[in-house]
Design a protein around this ligand. Structure first.
Ligand code: GLN
Length: 189
């Protein structure tokens, strides 16, 4: 059983804790960088990427999380978490970790469809689609070498992996399907 940190500065961190526990691992809400030392993996939740970024600066998380990722620590970012992991955010100079070689566009599915659900086919998880919950979601506009596209929806890339880093435009923690969390936690093996 691994200790999985969930960055708990803002956003949907409680739901991730439930998914991690359902996978048989130990979730910990992380509010101070020193806690990362006890974590074998980290989840950056959805919320507001600008707000989470500002809080990460205020509480000295930026360098610590960069170090955690650079040292091979698995990190899973969902929605705002995906935005924070990206190297490039279209049209924005907001703070980001820049750990993943991807470009993203925020709130990218348009105003008319702020939130929606759709079945997402994720071959790495098997035949049965994942129910994707999209809330003012980003999508990936460019991927660098070494980035694997795990799923697309409507021609847009919505799930990517780069080594032990995983990013989803949608919110798997808002469903009871834990396959994507389980996939991420296998990076620990
Ligand atoms: N639109 C938000 C952002 O770009 C993300 C929304 C979410 O995490 N549900 O920060």
């Amino acid at each position: 059983m691994a200790t999985v940190g969930i960055l708990a500065l803002q956003g949907a961190f409680r739901e991730h804790a439930r998914s991690v526990a359902a996978c048989g691992h130990h979730p910990v809400e992380v509010r101070k960088p020193a806690q990362l030392a006890d974590c074998q993996a980290l989840i950056i939740p959805g919320g507001e990427s600008t707000a989470i970024g500002e809080l990460m600066v205020r509480f000295n998380f930026i360098d610590e999380v960069r170090r955690f990722g650079a040292a091979g620590g698995p990190i899973f970012g969902t929605c705002a978490g995906m935005v924070l992991l990206a190297k490039e955010i279209e049209g924005s100079a907001q703070l980001r970790l820049g750990l993943m070689d991807i470009a993203v566009k925020r709130n990218a599915f348009g105003r008319q469809v702020e939130s929606f659900e759709a079945d997402i086919h994720v071959p790495a998880l098997g035949e049965e689609p994942v129910r994707g919950v999209f809330i003012r979601a980003p999508y990936v506009t460019a991927v660098g070498q070494g980035v694997e596209t795990l799923a697309s929806f409507d021609g847009k890339v919505v799930l990517v992996r780069q080594g032990r880093l995983l990013a989803a435009a949608f919110h798997p923690e808002l469903t009871t399907d834990t396959r994507l969390h389980a996939y991420f936690l296998k990076f620990l093996d």
